[in-house]
Write a protein that binds this ligand. Structure first.
Ligand SMILES: O=c1ccn([C@@H]2O[C@H](COP(=O)(O)O)[C@@H](O)[C@H]2O)c(=O)[nH]1
Length: 267
């Protein structure tokens, strides 16, 4: 028997709930709303990508938002600065929580994107995609890029310098990025695969626990949930892993900061 979606509303999952998005990678609004109903009120974050957005358009985003859902609009804009800015002027007021642009569109496109969203009083977070999690070292070489982790650092720096609120990156790149970024910078990590789950086209995947331990601030959960035999059970297991990793990370950070404050000043 499948697990009851009511289990997803338990307060122990509050952090995981607020820091994850289930990817609605489906062909139409009907299929998307079927997922929203099936997962119930415990799941508050959804990612809408190209497939669903191209099928349903902006109105579907408004619908999700009116249902009380947080929406990550994952269209990965990649164009000249003017076009990116004009697209964002249309998308940013739709009430989504996050929207993204490819950092490889260049510094001027990132700056134009930031400027376009900045004018809104209740603006979405603007996130820059660094190196897609589907790209391995060989794919980066073929594109004329340096290794994925080096490219990710370069692109993430550019994103922070231009005023973006965070990046999409592989979990494995996050530790190299954290030191370079302003406080509160978001590390949004897709390519999540619990142990034993097929990687599919994800070249640089990580488990939910690894991703949070490595510094991810938000996780994108796709096929690991939607293709599971029991999606609610799969999501509960992922949220358990996220919660455990977050608890130990917070404890370690608190331990190191309180240790620091009691240490005698030897300088
Ligand atoms: O680098 C990236 C950027 C975006 N994605 C998106 O996340 C989900 C992942 O789905 P899975 O089923 O968990 O593989 C998908 O919608 C991608 O478009 C990404 O995977 N990597």
């Amino acid at each position: 028997m499948e697990k009851d979606a009511a289990l997803l509303t338990h307060p122990r999952y509050d952090w995981a709930r607020r820091h994850s998005y289930v990817a609605l990678d489906v062909p139409d609004g009907r299929a998307a709303l079927a997922w929203v109903r099936r997962l119930g009120p415990g799941v508050t974050g959804y990612k809408v990508g190209m497939e669903l957005f191209y099928a349903e358009g902006p109105r579907f985003l408004t619908r999700l938002v009116s249902l009380g859902k947080r929406v990550f609009l994952d269209l990965k804009l990649h164009d000249i600065p003017t076009t990116v800015a004009r697209a964002l002027k249309v998308l940013a007021p739709l009430g989504v929580e996050m929207v993204n642009v490819h950092a490889s569109a260049g510094r001027k496109a990132l700056a134009a994107a930031c400027e376009a969203v900045a004018v809104l009083p209740d603006r979405p977070l603007l996130i820059a995609v660094t190196v897609l999690t589907s790209l391995d070292a060989a794919a980066c070489t073929e594109l004329g890029w340096s290794a994925p982790e080096e490219t990710a650092v370069r692109l993430a720096r550019m994103a922070a310098e231009t005023g973006c609120d965070g990046v999409v990156a592989s979990a494995h790149d996050v530790p190299r990025l954290t030191g370079h970024m302003p406080a509160g910078f978001e590390f949004v990590v897709p390519g999540i695969r619990p142990p034993g789950v097929a990687r599919d086209d994800q070249a640089r995947a990580a488990t939910p626990g690894e991703a949070v331990s490595l510094g991810a601030t938000r996780l994108v959960l796709g096929r690991a949930v939607t293709r599971a035999a029991d999606p609610v059970a799969a999501l509960l297991a992922i949220w358990d892993e996220m919660t455990a990793a977050h608890t130990s990370r917070t404890a370690a950070q608190e331990g190191s900061s309180s240790k620091g404050s009691f240490e005698p000043d030897t300088g």
